[in-house]
Design a binder for this molecule. Structure first.
Ligand SMILES: NC(=O)c1ccc[n+]([C@@H]2O[C@H](COP(=O)([O-])OP(=O)(O)OC[C@H]3O[C@@H](n4cnc5c(N)ncnc54)[C@H](O)[C@@H]3O)[C@@H](O)[C@H]2O)c1
Length: 343
């Protein structure tokens, strides 16, 4: 087990990499804590881990990342007799961690919380950085707050029950990190396949840590997203616009969004490695194309949180490992999306 604490502006998060779930009761008092998880994570192979913990089991899936589910959690916390000293622990993928962080942020105006991420995507991305929230209709993460978890506990034994499709999903964010910040990780990924990481626990642990710390560093330097943190949105502007509209898994939407961003990068930044990015995305079993209706996608993009008046801060690549923010007007984006609509 490796313990590492990352200091944010006003709070810190302690990472326990390659740890065991049993450690949880040394970090928080079982009597005072409530676990939030979903019915896939709370499956037979993980069931024993939850013994003796007060647990709220949500229905799995992005469609449940909504206010109604938050209300159910809040009601159960009241039923459990929770108070301001209670501690909430999200054990699950990004949906569970986003929703748990949000519920913890608003219950009695904010109680303490931590996460045990159980999907690759949550381990390298969703559980890190303090963005917590829910969707409103097709609008992703429209309501929420920024508040850091006190700890992140990584127990890789959860990954035994993670479906292959979810491994693939998570690698979209790993490829994203490589594209924006880490050219040598991009090469490492080019020299391996998903199966290598599934088979080799040491290789996986190193990759998870590298990504978790990469994201943490970006967030530490820009917790409230005025600068470099925006780069983490690479692939997400178009990705979010198609994700809920066409019910795509998050990783698939981001993968297609990264290809779209590469094409924009080619025209705005003379980026000439689109083929390498496309090949890497395919190598890890992710899609590079999704048919869409430009009008529908634009409608969602117009409500993008990163849009200020008519300008979207689009994250583009100058080269692999070097991303920049390019302001592009919604009309320009609209024209390009229309041109590519029938590709
Ligand atoms: N807060 C952030 O900074 C941030 C960043 C990226 C993504 N996100 C959010 O994260 C979500 C996507 O994350 P995700 O892909 O982890 O979603 P998810 O929580 O829906 O998990 C994907 C699927 O895997 C299942 N699962 C997770 N761990 C499992 C395990 N160990 N065993 C068996 N099944 C398991 C879940 O039940 C679900 O069916 C999206 O809502 C996205 O908006 C948030």
């Amino acid at each position: 087990m490796k313990k590492q604490t990352v200091q944010f502006n006003t709070s810190s998060t302690t990472f326990y990499f390659d740890a065991s779930f049993d450690l949880l009761e040394k970090i928080v008092s079982k009597d005072n804590a409530v676990i939030v998880t979903d019915d896939n994570v709370f499956c037979s192979s993980n069931h024993k881990k939850f013994k003796g913990w007060k647990t709220i089991v949500l229905k799995a899936g992005e469609e449940h990342k909504v206010q109604h589910t938050v209300d159910l959690i809040l009601e159960q916390l009241i039923d459990f007799g929770c108070d301001r000293t209670s501690f909430l622990i999200g054990v699950g993928g990004g949906v569970v961690t986003d929703i748990t962080g949000y519920a913890a942020g608003i219950f009695m105006r904010g109680i303490r919380f931590g996460f045990v991420p159980t999907s690759i995507l949550a381990m390298v991305d969703a559980s890190i950085g303090g963005k917590n929230g829910i969707d409103v209709g097709a609008y992703k993460n429209m309501v929420g707050l920024i508040r850091q978890p006190e700890f992140l506990l990584y127990d890789y034994s959860f990954l035994r029950s993670l479906p292959k499709a979810e491994w693939v999903n998570g690698f979209a964010e790993i490829i994203k990190h490589a594209c924006i910040k880490d050219a040598s990780m991009f090469k490492l990924l080019e020299s391996h396949k998903l199966n290598d990481f599934q088979k080799d626990a040491r290789l996986l642990n190193k990759l998870i840590q590298r990504n978790a710390l990469l994201k943490s560093k970006v967030v530490v330097e820009d917790e409230f997203e005025t600068g470099d943190r925006k780069l983490l949105n690479f692939g997400h502007t178009f990705g979010h616009a198609i994700e809920n509209t066409y019910q795509l898994p998050h990783g698939h939407a981001v993968a297609v969004g990264m290809v779209m961003a590469c094409m924009l990068s080619a025209s705005y930044k003379n980026f000439n490695d689109t083929n390498r990015v496309v090949a890497l995305i395919k190598r890890y079993g992710l899609p590079v194309h999704q048919s869409y209706k430009a009008a529908e996608v634009l409608e969602v993009m117009k409500a993008d949180k990163k849009k200020v008046r008519d300008v979207i801060s689009y994250v583009l690549l100058e080269k692999i490992g070097k991303a920049v923010v390019q302001p592009i007007t919604i009309d320009e984006v609209g024209n390009i999306i229309k041109q590519l609509e029938n590709n």
